[in-house]
Design a protein. Structure first.
Length: 158
């Protein structure tokens, strides 16, 4: 069984949400030279990616505001890195490398699942992003029957 993961955080329309995806992974895959240089260490099974990031949607774009984590050094000692060391700037970075769907769960937790990004909430906001630009937003709320199913399956396991 896998461990539920500590989520990155995102600010959208002035509210903070957990983020049920990993936009920075696309950066790592597209910039393998830098990804090797910044091989983040996982220090807990609740954070296999080894870093925590804070994102924001503003001006119709996805921005990386902060990232931090432990990185192995050639000398064999880990060092704590933040946005300036990873991205070369202290300023937020427009995430033009990312295309995909951001998932922002909200509302009461209906069913806890001990796996990455699998717990069920009352609703979720899905934001389609193409090269960092926000293209579409869908606000999905579970209907009453689905909420009851989630709640009853949770109570049956207890």
């Amino acid at each position: 069984m896998m461990t539920a993961q500590i989520c990155d955080q995102i600010i959208w329309q002035g509210k903070r949400y957990s983020l049920y995806c990993e936009p920075f992974l696309q950066y790592q895959l597209q910039h393998k030279d830098k990804a090797r240089q910044f091989a983040f260490l996982h220090t807990t099974t609740a954070n296999w990616r080894g870093y925590r990031a804070r994102w924001e949607i503003k001006e119709d774009f996805l921005w990386l505001n902060a990232i931090s984590g432990w990185v192995w050094q050639e000398q064999g000692k880990p060092k704590y890195y933040r946005l300036p060391q990873v991205m070369g700037t202290r300023e937020p970075v427009k995430a033009t490398w990312f295309s995909g769907t951001l998932i922002l769960p909200f509302g009461p937790l209906l069913r806890y699942v001990h796996m990455p990004y699998a717990s069920q909430y009352a609703g979720e906001i899905r934001i389609k992003v193409v090269k960092g630009k926000i293209e579409q937003v869908n606000d999905k709320r579970l209907d009453t029957a689905m909420k009851q199913k989630c709640l009853s399956s949770t109570h049956q396991k207890q």
